[in-house]
Design a binder for this molecule. Structure first.
Ligand code: G
Ligand code: G
Ligand code: MN
Length: 398
């Protein structure tokens, strides 16, 4: 299973150049092919090799997209880098295509190819190769998730939200984890959709909400006035008693409706809105805030904004990280922020990962920030320590 690099390009000069660049970067096992057909022959002849393929999109006989189809048909498990002299957005679109097929897409290169960019891609490759050795994440069965809920194995983590203009710590988003007795800490991507499809999401959300409100009470008692957000999936909103449940829990915990935010994500298309609209309208009448989560992706759409009185808009991290260096993301970010302003909603940028993202938000005048640059989600007990660290870091930022 030795790793090798395969270059596919119809221009021999380009092939030689790229091969030379890779050799200069220390890669000594580089093969070249001048057509897709030839490359497929090589793959078929060496089925156990872990390839990294550099693929030119524009080729006369079999173009890059047709070549990708062939890779998919062969259940290709190696890595892929696309390159071409075409417009950046076309290249990005082709990368999305590969991702949609679950191929390991390391990125794309624009001709002429810069050695620094090549180096970054090779770095990603070795990272991915070492991750592959670790176990493949699996999802859990409905019975296991049900037991986790019943046995109290779910724990809430909290990710801080801070004000961009002042750095002030104003709230948290509740993100559930499963403290699994054998497997350790399990992330929600491995059990939320199971809960949704097996009628368990209602029980799950209720447990998460009760714990989050009790925690909110503790913070208030300790003098921390935080607004607490809880994620609800559209399936929660199919229970007519959901609004009453939330209101009862607020009273029990002694938390004001204004201090609870429900983040709504719609992962599948909902055609009959009668029950969700009933539930959401009653929640809003009682002054609970609603947030449109992952705005701009899936069904978090303009139509939802029109139909539901959201008070907060969370700009999806796909339009936030690196938005200062990407025209498309920048445009979508600015437009989303404009919509939030016009509809008098607070705008929250998700996925703020580095200093450049933070500066971008300041320059754009975004209200709130959330992301690894500020903090990862953590158990409630770790928040005081983080706050101290953040306060110092923010002071140095200005
Ligand atoms: O940061 P994290 O890996 O925890 O979040 C992964 C996804 O799981 C996010 O999209 C988040 O919206 C979702 N999620 C986390 N906690 C909950 C929850 O309590 N209920 C629902 N419905 N989704 C959640
Ligand atoms: O509810 P929502 O879909 O917003 O869930 C947040 C998800 O994003 C969680 O999985 C959380 O761990 C993750 N997340 C939080 N901050 C960042 C970040 O800065 N970068 C990335 N890539 N993911 C983040
Ligand atoms: Mn969320």
């Amino acid at each position: 299973m030795s790793p090798s690099i395969l270059l596919v390009d119809d221009e021999p000069f380009q092939l030689k150049l790229l091969a030379r660049q890779l050799v200069n970067l220390g890669q000594n096992s580089v093969e070249t092919c001048t057509s897709g057909q030839e490359a497929l022959g090589m793959l078929d002849a060496q089925p156990t090799t872990r390839w990294l393929i550099f693929l030119d999109l524009n080729m006369p006989d079999m173009d890059g997209v047709k070549f990708i189809r062939q890779l998919v048909a062969r259940s290709y498990r190696g890595a892929l880098v696309l390159f071409s002299g075409e417009d950046e957005r076309i290249l990005e679109m082709a990368v999305r295509l590969g991702q949609a097929h679950q191929l390991m897409m390391l990125g794309h290169l624009h001709k002429p190819i810069q050695p620094e960019v090549l180096q970054i891609l090779l770095g990603r490759w070795s990272e991915q190769m070492s991750e592959m050795v670790q176990e493949i994440p699996r999802t859990y069965g409905a019975a296991a998730v049900q037991r986790a809920i019943a046995n109290g194995e779910l724990v809430n983590y909290y990710q801080p939200k801070v004000e961009v203009a002042t750095g002030a710590f104003v709230g948290v988003e509740t993100l559930v984890r499963w403290q699994h007795p054998d497997d350790g800490l399990v992330f929600p991507d491995r059990f939320i959709s199971v809960a949704e499809t097996h009628g368990l999401i209602d029980a799950l959300t209720r447990v998460v909400l009760i714990e989050a409100l009790a925690q909110a009470r503790c913070w208030r008692d300790a003098g921390l006035a935080l607004r607490v957000a809880v994620n609800v999936s559209m399936d929660n909103l199919l229970q007519l008693d959901f609004a009453d449940f939330v209101l009862d829990q607020l009273v029990d915990a002694g938390i004001a409706a204004q201090d609870l935010i429900l983040e709504v994500t719609e992962s599948r298309l909902m055609t009959d809105l009668r029950i969700p609209l009933d539930v959401l309208t009653r929640l809003r009448l009682k002054h609970i805030s609603l947030s449109i989560d992952d705005f701009g992706t899936g069904h978090s759409s303009l139509a939802q904004l029109r139909d539901i009185a959201f008070s907060e808009l969370k700009i999806d991290r796909g339009f936030v990280h690196n938005a200062n260096q990407d025209n498309t993301k920048h445009a979508i970010f600015s437009a989303s922020l404009g919509i939030a302003r016009q509809l008098e909603m607070k705008a929250v940028a998700e996925g703020v990962e580095d200093r450049a993202d933070w500066e971008f938000l300041r320059q754009q005048d975004c209200d709130l920030a959330q992301g690894y640059f500020v903090a990862k989600a953590m158990p409630a007990a770790e928040l005081p320590c983080w706050l101290l660290e953040w306060t110092g870091r923010y002071a140095a930022l200005r």
